[in-house]
Structure formats: structure tokens, C-alpha cells
Design a protein around this ligand. Structure first.
Ligand code: ADP
Length: 343
């Protein structure tokens, strides 16, 4: 028992520990009077006038007594405005007492919903390029005698294939990131991450006549997984280049900000309206769907950035005004300088 072993006065006592469990715990005696209920049980409104409030839980208690064994139910408890999904476990105790453990499933249900939406979105997004490829293949066959037309359709097939590949790659990296493996301790110089990302967008930048200007001190470093952090910076650069007007400059800076390293990527593109600024980090959200459809973006780029930096203990935000460009900022915990080894 931890509190005995350490014996420090500020350690919580056993009843406090019970109070702070994230599940509701209720002890009901043989007369159906609630003997003990922890804070979570109160918050979930399981108890009123020393009785179990939800009829579903009273039924569970009776079932436990009848069967004389552990009983588990998943039910929606009617609550003030919306119902509360819970998993309730009842365990018989001596003297016909019953111990109830009630787990709030709201967050779990929300995650399940997000996952279902994601699958539906992916299927929908896959349909567009696949449908285009089917039509283009038919067009190629019909244009068989016309080499110029064939060339044109094949080029479009290649574009749709690239789009499909990007979507599939992004879906795969997103689902990998969601497992939330701790980022490890490799020390990564920030300039190297930005250089590597810059190289990956160099061709696209050249094609659009956009300059990438970086100002990154050598001394800054973060810890984590290099490949993921490079992808995060690359996705920001990709967007910045993509939305920049030809002939303009994308500026990348990095600096120390307290315990963090702050990396910013600024463009002079169309900007993002305030109502879209939080939502652009959601999967498949596009501020301008029509433009995105022609641009071949997967709609997952910023969601990937957000997952990477969150998994690394950091954050990402955007500062933008319509017509004035956008500045994306990544904050990551700074790696301390390696300890000096004196000879
Ligand atoms: P996409 O693959 O569509 O670019 P992202 O997740 O990278 O997906 O971006 C989501 C949306 O955010 C884009 O569709 C676009 O509307 C908006 N956006 C992202 N970066 C910028 C930027 N630098 N300037 C203007 N809009 C941007």
C-alpha cells in the first residue's frame, strides 16, 4: 500500500483515493440504503436521499442479490438534458450488501463516433479519385486513335493516382500516430528537421515560384521521432507553398520560448477566416472545399501535424486574417543542451 510505504503526510489516505477514482463507487446495504458513495458517483447523480437514483441501477442491485454473482450492464441513464451512457458492475458482498462500480462511457462513445465518421469520410474521399480513374480509363479506350487525347487522359489518370496515393499514405500515417506511442528521447536539432522538410517541398516551391526563407539558430533542439517531426513541418510548408502567390516568400523561423521551441511557418496567401481557424486541424476539414478538390490535398495534412506535435507534448496553432496570409506555429518542449563532459 503506497501511502504506508512512503508515509508522507501529504499522501492521500485510502478514502481519498476512493473519492478520486474516475469511476463511481457505491455501497448499498441490504435495506437498499447507500452506505458509501464517492465523488464520481455524486457527480454522475447516482444517489438521491441515500438511495440509488436510477431505476436501472436499482434493478441491477436486485439482479445481483438474486443471482448471487457479478452482474454487468451497459445502460443509458436518463440525466438532466442528455442521457448518460454507463457500464455498471454489481458485486455481491456479505450480508446482502452490493458494491456498484459505474463507469462513464461518454468519452468512449465519442471516440467510437469519431472513428465511425473517419471511416465514412475515408470511403467518401476514396470514391472521387477511383470514380475519376474509371471514367478516364474508358476515355483512353475511346480515344485510342488519337495520341494527343490519349496523352491528356493518361496525364489526368496520373494526377488522380498521385492523389489516391497521398490519401492512402496520409490515412496510414494518421492511424499509426493515433496509437500514441511515447516519442522517445532522441535529440534532434531543429535546423535539421526544417532542412529535411524544406528539401521535400523544394520542387513544388520552385514550380510555383515561391521562395522559402529560413532563419533557424543551430543551438535549438527537441526530442522525439525524427520522421514524424519532419512530416509535421513538411505539411505546414506544403500548405504555405501551395497557398502562396507566385513570386512570394514563405518564412520559417525557430526560436526558444521559455521551455519550448517555437517554429513558425508564415505565408502571404489568402489567409483563413476566423470561423475556420480551429477546424482546419480536424480530419478532412477544408476551408474552401472547391479549391481543395482541384488541389489534390487529402484534407489530412494539418490533422497529422496536430497528432504529431500532441504526441510530442507540444501544440500547433494558426494566426491568420483573410487576405493577409497565415502563420502556423508549432510549440515543442525544448531538449536541454547535452551535459558538458569536462576533461
Ligand atoms: P489539405 O490537404 O486540404 O491541404 P490540410 O489539413 O493540410 O488539408 O488543410 C486543411 C485546410 O486548411 C485546407 O483545405 C485549407 O482550406 C486550409 N489551409 C491550410 N493551410 C493553409 C494556408 N497556409 N493558407 C490558407 N489556407 C490553409
Amino acid at each position: 500500500v503506497i501511502w504506508r510505504r512512503t508515509g508522507r503526510p501529504e499522501e492521500p489516505s485510502p478514502p481519498d483515493l476512493l473519492q478520486h477514482l474516475p469511476v463511481g463507487v457505491v455501497l448499498v446495504d441490504r435495506e437498499d440504503v447507500v452506505r458509501t458513495a464517492n465523488a464520481t458517483a455524486e457527480r454522475l447523480r447516482l444517489v438521491r436521499d441515500r438511495q440509488l437514483a436510477p431505476i436501472e441501477l436499482r434493478r441491477l442491485v436486485r439482479a445481483v442479490r438474486r443471482v448471487g454473482d457479478l452482474q454487468v450492464v451497459e445502460v443509458e441513464l436518463p440525466n438532466a438534458d442528455e442521457s448518460l451512457p454507463v457500464r455498471a458492475t454489481g458485486r455481491p458482498l456479505p450480508d446482502r450488501d452490493v458494491l456498484l462500480v459505474v463507469e462513464d462511457l461518454t468519452e468512449l462513445r465519442r471516440v467510437e463516433q469519431v472513428r465511425r465518421d473517419f471511416v465514412a469520410n475515408v470511403s467518401h474521399e476514396l470514391k472521387t479519385p477511383v470514380g475519376a480513374l474509371i471514367l478516364l480509363a474508358e476515355a483512353v479506350r475511346e480515344a485510342a486513335g488519337d495520341p494527343k487525347a490519349v496523352d491528356h487522359f493518361v496525364e489526368r489518370m496520373q494526377a488522380e493516382t498521385r492523389r489516391l496515393t497521398k490519401l492512402v499514405d496520409d490515412v496510414i500515417s494518421l492511424s499509426r500516430l493515433q496509437t500514441g506511442v511515447p516519442p522517445g528521447v532522441a535529440r534532434l536539432p531543429v535546423y535539421a528537421l526544417i532542412d529535411a522538410a524544406g528539401q521535400q517541398v523544394a520542387l513544388a516551391a520552385e514550380a510555383r515560384d515561391v521562395r522559402i526563407d529560413t532563419n533557424v539558430p543551430d543551438s535549438l533542439a527537441v526530442t522525439g521521432r525524427e520522421a514524424e517531426l519532419v512530416v509535421a513541418v513538411k505539411n505546414l510548408l506544403d500548405n504555405a507553398v501551395h497557398y502562396s502567390p507566385p513570386g512570394s516568400t514563405v518564412r520559417v523561423t525557430a526560436e526558444r520560448d521559455g521551455d519550448n521551441v517555437r517554429v513558425t511557418v508564415a505565408d502571404t496567401g489568402p489567409g483563413i477566416a476566423p470561423i475556420d481557424q480551429q477546424r482546419v486541424f480536424e480530419r478532412f476539414y477544408r476551408a474552401d472545399p472547391a479549391r481543395a478538390r482541384t488541389s489534390g490535398g487529402s484534407g489530412l495534412g494539418l490533422a497529422i501535424v496536430k497528432h504529431v506535435v500532441t504526441n510530442h507534448g507540444g501544440s500547433v496553432s494558426v494566426d491568420s486574417a483573410l487576405g493577409e496570409g497565415s502563420t502556423f506555429t508549432i510549440r515543442l518542449p525544448a531538449a536541454e543542451a547535452p551535459a558538458r563532459v569536462d576533461a
